[in-house]
Design a protein around this ligand. Sequence first.
Ligand code: A3P
Length: 321
Amino acid sequence: EETSDSRIYQKYRETIATLPKAIGGNASQEIYQYQGFWYYPLYLERIMLIQEHFKAQPSHIMVVSMPKCGTTWLKALTFAIATRSQFDFSLSHPLTASSPHECLPFLEAVAATACLNEANNPIALFATHMPFTSLPESFLSSACKMVYICRNPKDALTSMWHFECRLTPKGKKCFTLEEAFEHFSDGVYPYGPYWDHVLGYWKASLEWPEKLLFLKYEDLKTDTMRHVKKLAQFIGHPFSLQEEKDGLVEEVIQLCSFENLSNLDVNKFGKRHVTEKLEIENAVFFRKGVVGDWKNNLTAEMSEQLDKIIEQKLRGSGLSF
Ligand code: A3P
């Protein structure tokens, strides 16, 4: 999937070495600040390659998110909707045998292939965590579609903290929740500041509603049917009346549900190489899948502090959580 040619990343590594850095994600991981956002170096070098070489095409559909905001779910839904003429929703559907992250890859993870060895795929589905302001120019100039998902920042922080703790290698220290909270609040957080990421896409969705569909995890949870239909319409694969009558929307929802996906062997026991250097268990992408779990994790004080920050950062934008 990824070429082993590390020479292509050498010049980016040299640039990254000159950037401001901090400890982030887990207690032994360095993150670097680039164009106003914080990144793991492994992904940043890929993002730089994408910025320089990736050409978005009109047929491309991009799932965009801040980590831990429902990417896995949105990938599954987008894949199931966009490929439904190729696969029926039986046991042989790709989503029953492969992780949603394999079915719909991260552009960052397949950067070298996507940039330097462009395959002519008529429907190319990709995902990215890149902030709006750092996207290559072709994302806007081509007719590709972007679907962004975000989530109540308190749940995003809670989910991220659990995720990072599960990924922290044995013998390395994971942040305490207090530390993770401080970093998140300061914006020194992978792909953060959270509010800047979300606001970038929120404003873009207001300016270019044809190009960018802005979704919230909470809305997708409460009214899945409506949002799945909207998603299908937006990405150019609307459900026909006959399909609706035949219960296809329900089938997509069922296939991509937390209960279904998290209980599949591939997502319980499977592993996947994100890059050559990083292998992770598919199960880490499925934890609780509910709204409001922050209440079982954050203190009342943390919640109040975050309310203040969120209110101040989002004021006047028309966006709230
Ligand atoms: P929790 O940690 O709150 O449970 P991402 O996919 O962006 O990494 O986000 C992961 C979060 O989405 C986790 O949240 C995970 O449990 C939840 N999730 C994963 N698959 C889901 C699905 N099919 N439906 C709803 N939530 C899902």
